[in-house]
Every structure is written in structure tokens, then in C-alpha cells.
Design a protein around this ligand. Structure first.
Ligand SMILES: Nc1ncnc2c1ncn2[C@@H]1O[C@H](COP(=O)(O)OP(=O)(O)OP(=O)(O)O)[C@@H](O)[C@H]1O
Length: 269
């Protein structure tokens, strides 16, 4: 029995070695002015997986995810050191075009943030910016993206209506559709269900599971059950450091670090 388990684990390790690394974070440090928010972060994020970032409030989860699309640099006091390689290229290099990065890496935020436009125009927005004008092509992108975000059936007869008329859960799936319309490689999600009711939360969780077949997903969540339900790997952040990063099953059933155990068993946080 034990031999079989070991064999299975070895096979799994071999499969993991073959998996492509989408993001490699190498000794990343980040400061807001004098305050250091991220310390020596080393993380490999794998393709077609859901990677969860968990940890107590203020531990640096959102800051980390916002380094991955360089959103943090919009904050003037931010300084960084170290490297983040996206598909092998350091995104902090001056020559790296942030626009190009953002076409590869979509983001979904905590609060659904549709534009005050029609459902159709929300989804067509990105493709239009990228120069697509042909109505037939746009129609196709809108339909495919809304189907991909599991909301097509609910909105197909009201595409011209304002997106603000949708429920919160529908708005969040619309925002996911808007993200899919630019055909990203990676989707960053910063607490995407924290403003949603339980039924909408389940819908978004199911959607995340489906999307990982075609995308690599990195999700920040306060909700440990959610991380356990939907992610393949989990990184536990504490005070700006990664305490533990492992397969989700392993991290939640047999954590290596006492601090992880204390956190997942609810002793703090
Ligand atoms: N714009 C900012 N200016 C200065 N400090 C900031 C800024 N944003 C975040 N911080 C600080 O950086 C640290 C990490 O914050 P961050 O928002 O990344 O944590 P978090 O784990 O996502 O927290 P939460 O779960 O509460 O959203 C905190 O101490 C926070 O106060």
C-alpha cells in the first residue's frame, strides 16, 4: 500500500516537472515607502492550474498579485527588487511593454466593476481597443466570451441592456467574460467572490474550475475552504513572506510549517 502511494507521488512529481511555469517569482521584495510589504518571495506558478494565495489581512496577498501585471507601479511610493519572469522574461525590465503584459494577463477584482455600458459593449470593449471593428467578429467574441463565463443563457436576450441591471453575481461573471474577450493567458483574481452571495459564489467557483483547462488562474482568497475546494496549489503568506507553498491537498492535510497549521486550524487570522 505504502509503496503504491510512493509510486503515485513519484509519478505526480514527474508530471509536475513537465508542467510549464507561467510565472517565476525570484527573490521579490516590495516596499511602500519605508514599509516592506513583500519579502524574498520565490514562487513558481504553473500553467493550467489554479493557484490560491491565502493568509491573514495585511500579509501582502493583494500586493503580490498586483505585481504580476505591474499594477503596483501605479502607486508612486512603491519600490521593488528581484525578478518576476512571465514566460521566461523579466517583466520589471524597462524594455518590457506593460501593454503587452496586460493583453496576456487579465484581472478580476473583488467588487464587480462593469462599465456603465451595455452587456455587449462591456465584453466588446477590449477587442475594440485592440482594433477589431467587424461586427460579425465582435458578435462572435461576445458570444464565446459570455459562454466561457457561464452567463450567456442568462443574458443572450438582453445584450443591449445596461450591465448595471445585472445582479452582483452576474456582473462578476460579466467581468470574467470581459477578461476572456482579450484571450488572456493568465487570469488574476483578487477575492472575486467576497462581495457575492453563496449561490453566485458557487457559480464562480465552478467557472474557475472549468477555466483552468484553458487558462492559468491565480486567486487571492480570504476563504480557506474556497482555496481547498478549487485550487491545485496554495501559497500561505504571512507578514509579507511565503511561509509555505505546496499542493493544496498537502498544505491543508499535512502542512510542513507550524504557522500554516495554526492558520488553517483557525488559531489566528
Ligand atoms: N497603497 C498602499 N500604500 C501603502 N501601504 C500599502 C498600500 N497598499 C497596501 N499597503 C500595505 O501593505 C501591506 C500588505 O497589504 P495587502 O493589501 O497586500 O495585504 P492583503 O493580504 O491583500 O490584505 P487584505 O486581505 O486585508 O486585503 C499592508 O501592511 C498594507 O497596509
Amino acid at each position: 500500500m505504502e509503496v503504491k502511494i510512493m509510486e503515485r507521488e513519484q509519478n505526480q512529481d514527474a508530471t509536475d516537472k513537465k508542467k510549464s511555469v507561467v510565472y517565476k517569482t525570484d527573490n521579490l521584495n516590495l516596499w511602500y515607502g519605508k514599509d516592506q510589504a513583500l519579502k524574498n518571495i520565490d514562487l513558481d506558478i504553473y500553467e493550467n492550474e489554479v493557484t490560491a494565495i491565502i493568509g491573514p489581512s495585511g500579509c501582502g496577498k493583494s500586493t503580490y498579485i498586483k505585481t504580476l501585471n505591474r499594477m503596483v507601479e501605479l502607486i508612486p511610493i512603491v519600490k521593488t527588487s528581484g525578478k518576476i519572469l512571465y514566460r521566461g522574461k523579466n517583466i520589471f525590465e524597462k524594455s518590457y511593454g506593460v501593454e503587452e503584459l496586460r493583453t496576456q494577463v487579465g484581472m478580476v477584482f473583488q467588487k464587480p466593476n462593469p462599465f456603465p455600458k451595455s452587456i455587449y459593449d462591456n465584453v466588446a470593449y477590449g477587442p475594440r481597443i485592440h482594433g477589431i471593428k467587424d461586427k460579425k467578429i465582435l458578435d462572435e467574441i461576445v458570444e464565446t466570451s459570455l459562454k466561457g463565463a457561464a452567463i450567456w443563457d442568462e443574458v443572450k436576450d438582453r445584450l443591449k441592456e445596461n450591465a448595471y441591471g445585472l445582479s452582483g453575481g452576474q456582473q462578476q461573471r460579466l467581468c470574467i467574460a470581459r477578461c476572456l474577450a482579450i484571450e488572456p493567458d493568465v487570469i488574476l483574481m483578487d477575492e472575486p467572490t467576497s462581495a457575492l452571495d453563496p449561490i453566485s459564489t458557487i457559480k464562480v467557483e465552478e467557472l474557475v474550475q472549468e477555466l483552468k483547462m484553458n487558462y492559468s488562474i491565480i486567486i487571492v482568497t480570504h476563504n480557506m475552504q474556497q482555496a481547498a475546494r478549487i485550487s491545485d496549489r496554495t501559497a500561505f503568506f504571512l507578514n509579507g513572506e511565503v511561509v509555505e507553498y505546496d499542493k493544496t491537498n498537502k498544505l491543508f492535510s499535512n502542512p510542513s510549517d507550524k504557522r500554516t497549521e495554526d492558520y488553517i486550524t483557525g488559531r489566528f487570522g
